[in-house]
Ligand binder design. Structure first.
Ligand code: ADP
Ligand code: MG
Ligand code: ZN
Length: 650
């Protein structure tokens, strides 16, 4: 796992701030109201009857009558008799009583007993209470409403944000990434440099009548640096850079995405010259013919796409808005997007070759202190097929390993271990195999290794191990390609299938019983055989006809849609696939049968040491002997009769 410097910790968002402000405001308001309304000193309350009795007994000196209560004081001589527990220091204590409705007799009674009495004006605090009772509910309502809207601004459409673009605008240098940080994709860089040039010195081109390109599409497998390139452009172009992901346009409500597109281009035109970058364009630009079946989402995507198409046509050639987009599925894009005048330039950002990989490793190793023995070019040759993201991951893994061992520098050993780790997963010390299992795994892996060593073009076997690793592997054979391969021949595919089945063959040969350990190998071998027949047209019986439509140019591993075939052809395909796998299996058995002693010895060595590599492994693998029929089979796919019969006897 690469260390991600961005953590997922949520910054307090604006609407959370807003909410907390409102809450504190309400809190203080409540406190204030409390103070004002109920903050008067509390007087002891007495029953009305007791008050009347006290008046009649001439104990009361003064009475203040207000609308809802009566406050009164006792005569001083009475206070002297009744010691006051609560506040003895207070000479004149005020009592409160609630009158029984409107007691019209009271003034008369008071006058009779010579009590001084007055009526207080209605409390001036009352109006405040009334006012607050009117203001508070709407205030609470408004604040909740405001909060909801604020929240919606982040999460989805809301009244105030309908159709506003979510693009982020970067100014020059704000991404902190320069062209120097992107390596190994020189053609793409040259093309993009040209486009930056267009923007910077537009009149140089327009004077000659050239039109500035409108749309540039970056296509390539995942992790090759398309997004990185775009960010580098933002850093280098010196013009505003709008960045948005294609999926940000797709909304629940039909028409919203289209409004967003419109808004984005409106803003872009105001800021021209500028670059608009749409990442993962396929989310938005999927072909209208083939895209999904749910009516609503389809409609929305179509409208959004139409809007994008018309915006692309809409701005004049030289307004200086360049649309840049990236995708790893160019084949699903709507053809209308790709026609001249729209995304008329396609830049392929492919997996790097050896030199490119070395350059990428150098970029990522800049901030890592490397040991003397680290040879980046050797590492580059050991990592065919790695994309930029894998290489970045490799450097990071190696640094992590070195740090774990408390080394001061990252050594070649760390790098090699990191490669292994990336290819086969983490070591699982906790998964303990019992003796039989261990033995099975050892023979299985040696079976792979022996055949792998014999078959040309499958790479060098570098390591065999019976230490469990990764998700599924109980043991593994690390076989690294010697060089970048762009073409694979028929005989190599046969060889690979045989090597994949070597594990199963070894189990059969030694234990006369098979285990579930080979299921992954069998899966891979069958897939390969199927492609041999249906995609590469290598089967003799069927000839060069493709029965799969090659659709995923950059996404390997996704299965392709099948061509419709007649039942006879389907049968032939199945038979051809089966024949190929069967003959490879046969061959694996033949090879291991001829090298059975070597298989035994090597497996025993492996069981004793758990890991075989380096000189020792090379010494073992050198002794593998090739049966005569292997070569013929590899090139023609034909098994000699003798081999077949020999095996069926065995
Ligand atoms: P994608 O092509 O899928 O958009 P990214 O641009 O997101 O790939 O690449 C992911 C990461 O891999 C980058 O952040 C960078 O660290 C590394 N990387 C990929 N390609 C390159 C490259 N050509 N040079 C340097 N680093 C690269
Ligand atoms: Mg990307
Ligand atoms: Zn295996």
């Amino acid at each position: 796992m690469p260390i991600d410097t961005k953590t997922n910790r949520r910054e307090p968002s604006p609407q959370q701030n807003y909410l907390s402000k409102i809450l504190t405001f309400l809190f203080w308001l409540l406190i204030l109201v409390n103070l004002v309304l109920f903050g008067e000193p509390q007087h002891p309350q007495v029953p009305y009857s007791q008050f009347m009795a006290q008046v009649e007994a001439d104990k009361v000196s003064r009475v203040v009558i207000s609308s809802n209560q009566i406050q009164y004081e006792l005569r001083s001589e009475v206070i002297a008799q009744v010691p006051n527990k609560q506040s003895p220091a207070q000479p004149k204590q005020i009592f409160v009583t609630i009158p029984v409705a409107m007691d019209l007799e009271l003034p008369k009674l008071l006058r009779e007993h010579k009590v001084e009495f007055s009526v207080s004006p209605p409390s001036n605090l009352n109006w405040l209470a009334v006012l607050l009772s009117w203001i508070m509910p709407p205030l609470i309502f408004l604040s909740i409403w405001g909060w909801l809207i604020g929240r919606n601004q982040l999460n989805g459409p809301a009244a105030l944000t309908l159709g506003k673009t979510k693009a982020r605008i970067y100014s020059e240098g704000s991404t902190g990434i320069k062209f120097n940080d992107v390596a190994g994709v020189d053609e793409a860089k040259t093309e993009l440099q040209e486009i930056i040039d267009f923007l910077k010195y537009a009149d140089k081109y327009t004077r000659l009548g050239a039109k500035i390109p409108k749309g540039v599409l970056l296509v390539g497998p995942p992790g090759t640096g398309k997004t990185l390139l775009a960010r580098a452009i933002a850093g280098e172009a010196g013009v505003p850079f709008f960045s948005i992901s294609g999926s940000a346009f797709i909304e629940l409500f039909v028409g919203l995405g289209a409004a967003r597109v419109r808004d984005l281009f409106e803003q872009a035109k105001q800021q021209a010259p500028c670059i608009v970058f749409i990442d993962e364009l396929d989310a938005l630009g999927r072909s209208r013919v083939s895209s999904g079946s749910i009516a609503g989402s389809n409609d929305e995507r179509e409208q959004t796409l139409n809007q994008l198409l018309s915006e692309l046509d809409g701005f004049e050639p030289n307004t200086g808005v360049i649309l840049l987009a990236a995708t790893n599925r160019p084949e699903v894009l709507d053809p209308a997007l790709l026609r001249p005048g729209r995304f008329d330039r396609q830049i392929v950002v492919d997996r790097p070759d050896k030199i490119g990989r070395e350059a990428i490793l150098r970029v990522h190793a800049r901030n890592v202190s490397l040991a003397q023995d680290v040879d980046l070019s050797k590492l580059a040759s050991r990592t065919p097929g790695f994309a930029g993201a894998d290489l970045a991951n490799l450097v990071n893994e190696a640094a992590l390993l070195a740090a774990r061992k408390s080394h001061t520098t990252v050594t070649m050993t760390d790098f090699n271990e990191a490669i292994e780790r990336i290819l086969t997963g983490l070591e699982k010390k906790s998964r303990v195999l019992n003796e039989t299992e261990k033995k099975t795994v050892a023979y299985h892996e040696v079976g792979h290794a022996l055949i792998g060593a014999l078959i040309p073009g499958t790479g060098t076997v570098e390591k065999i191990s019976v230490v469990p690793r990764g998700v599924a592997a109980l043991g593994y054979t690390l076989q690294l390609p010697e060089e970048d391969r762009f073409l694979v021949t028929e005989s190599e595919i046969r060889g690979r299938i045989a090597a994949l089945l070597g594990g199963r063959a070894a189990e059969e040969l030694i234990f006369h019983e098979v285990s579930t350990g080979a299921s992954d190998d069998i899966q891979k071998a069958t897939d390969l055989a199927e492609r041999f027949v249906t995609l590469y047209g290598m089967s003799q019986a069927l000839g060069p006809i493709a029965f799969e439509k090659a659709q995923h140019r950059f996404l390997e591993g996704l299965s392709n849609p099948q061509r419709q075939v007649s039942p006879t052809i389907a049968e032939t395909i199945d038979r051809e696939v089966k024949d190929l796998v069967d003959s490879a299996h046969e061959m694996a058995l033949t090879i291991l049968g001829k090298n059975q002693q070597l298989l035994e010895d090597t497996a025993q060595k492996l069981l004793a040491k758990e890991v075989l590599e380096g000189e020792e492994l090379r010494h073992c693998l050198h002794q593998v002997q090739a049966p005569a029929e292997v070569d013929i089979w590899l090139h023609t796919g034909k098994l000699l009769k003798s081999a077949l019969t020999a095996q069926s006897k065995a």
